[in-house]
Ligand binder design. Structure first.
Ligand SMILES: C=C(O[C@H]1C=CC=C(C(=O)O)[C@@H]1O)C(=O)O
Length: 464
């Protein structure tokens, strides 16, 4: 293993500047990874405020794996053919980048993180104005923490005009700032106003969906709604991340900043994970609350396992994911019966799907094939998406869509961005939805969404 020493960084930069001058290319992306002392990824996130750069945060459900990205060394977005466009931009970058990364750890080196609109065909509102329809960034600084080891990757987009000493001083200075913070400032956050957007109208749409289902227009539709909050102060996003990590076990905690907005959440739902060609996807649909005692909790879990409505809702997701994955994978395995996936406020039906990615396929194929699963869209896909597009009162933006990352070694992971909200200064919009099938009751579905708001509400100063 050859580590890049401090003084070698300057040689690498010098080399890249020389190469760009002779090659005629516009820029050269250089990515350098080193191991650093164990540090707190949330403090790193907060410290980045002093650099005035956009930040991203990602931590993986159940694994000791966290990434904090600061600044944008390279950005990818697209208007049409969004998956293939991002994939080809990434392939191009991967081909030209100079990468110094002696570590085998997924999520170190050249990595890109981002997300996208749930439905690119839905009319956009001002709410999501800061967010592109699809966006992936290669951060300037990426802290990757895996099982207590920390790696710092610096990605630099070098142009002919750059100077080595200036660049290396800048990097040293930024790193010092990013690694300097030891704790977060505590500022009590309170919700001063909470407004459910059009609850009665939402229930009527649920009713309408059940009618369309009984007329065989569609089998399942997921309908979401919004709660709008006013807080007593501007939200400290690092503090929200810290609280989500502390309270929402079994979840991906993520945050993506764009201009004045931050999309943040703690989602239990994995869309896909690829590690060394091995695929893991999960089906998560069918919901019940947690019990107050162990005994009550078990009783509710048993009832959820036996409940035909929830089992059907879940099975729609399993069948679709199994079929979608089979197109691109060998050795697909799906257990016959779901298990219970417990969260702080809720429990879900959960079925893992495993397989091995066939040669020539990538995480992009899987994400574009699976999104939206019937856990967020419905079944059949086209009819349910049309129903949502035409009836739902909400601009979902990135809610319910894939968010995640991929690296230059073809590893990556995407979650479905639920249990989430969009934070803008001292305001927030929270989103939650539920699967509607033939026997759904609007009041019960409303109650289910109410509980799904709890993870975000509780970290913003509301009740847990
Ligand atoms: C749409 C959401 O949850 C989905 C994921 C798990 C269980 C669900 C359900 O039981 O309805 C939903 O399909 C949400 O939390 O906003």
């Amino acid at each position: 293993m050859i580590e890049v020493q401090e003084q070698q960084v300057e040689d690498i930069l010098q080399d890249a500047i020389q190469r760009i001058t002779t090659s005629g290319k516009d820029f050269q992306l250089v990515s350098i990874t080193k191991k650093i002392q164990t540090t707190n990824p949330v403090h790193f996130f907060e410290a980045a405020l002093r650099l005035n750069k956009e930040r991203v945060f990602w931590t993986s459900a159940k694994e000791s794996f966290t990434m904090t990205g600061v600044g944008n060394a390279f950005e990818m977005d697209a208007n049409e053919n969004r998956f293939s466009f991002i994939e080809s931009a990434w392939e191009q970058l991967r081909g030209q980048a100079v990468i110094y990364n002696p570590y085998e750890v997924p999520g170190t080196g050249l990595v890109s993180l981002g997300g996208m609109d749930f439905d690119p065909e839905k009319k956009r509102t001002e709410l999501w104005g800061d967010f592109p329809s699809i966006y992936f960034t290669v951060p300037e600084y990426l802290l990757t923490k895996f099982e207590n080891e920390c790696y710092l990757t610096v990605n630099i987009k070098i142009t002919k005009e750059d100077h080595v000493i200036q660049l290396s001083n800048q990097i040293r200075n930024d790193e010092r700032i990013l690694l300097s913070l030891k704790e977060l400032e505590k500022q009590p956050l309170e919700i001063v106003q909470q407004h459910d957007i059009a609850p009665d109208q939402w229930k009527q749409i649920v009713q309408k969906a059940t009618e369309e289902i009984s007329h065989d227009q569609v089998d399942k539709v997921v309908l979401a709604r919004e709660v709008r909050l006013k807080l007593n102060r501007d939200v400290n996003r690092a503090a929200v991340i810290e609280k989500l990590i502390a309270t929402q076990s079994n979840s991906y905690v993520f945050a993506f900043e764009q201009k004045n907005s931050c999309f943040i959440g703690a989602s239990p739902e994995r869309l896909v994970k690829i590690k060394n060609k091995e695929l893991l996807s999960t089906c998560l649909a069918g919901t019940a609350p947690r019990g107050k005692t162990n005994e009550q909790d078990k009783k509710i879990a048993n009832a959820l396992m036996q409940d035909m409505k929830n089992r059907q809702e879940h099975d729609f997701v399993v069948q679709m994911i199994k079929q979608g994955v089979a197109k691109y994978c060998e050795q697909v395995y799906v257990p016959e019966v779901p298990i219970i996936y417990p969260l702080k406020n809720l429990q879900h039906l959960y079925t893992p799907v495993t397989g091995v990615l066939k040669q020539g396929h990538s995480i992009f194929d899987i994400v574009s094939q699976l999104h939206p699963t019937p856990a967020l869209g419905g079944l059949p896909r086209t009819a349910s998406m049309l129903f949502i597009r035409e009836n739902e009162l909400l601009d979902r933006g990135w809610y319910g869509a894939p968010v995640g990352w991929f690296d230059y070694n073809e590893n990556g992971e995407f979650a479905v961005a639920i249990r989430s909200g969009l934070i803008q200064k001292d305001e927030a919009s929270l989103f939650a939805g539920c699967g509607v099938v033939k026997d759904s009751q609007p009041e019960e579905e409303f109650e289910e969404t109410r509980i799904k708001f709890a993870p975000m509400l509780s970290v913003l100063g509301g009740e847990s």
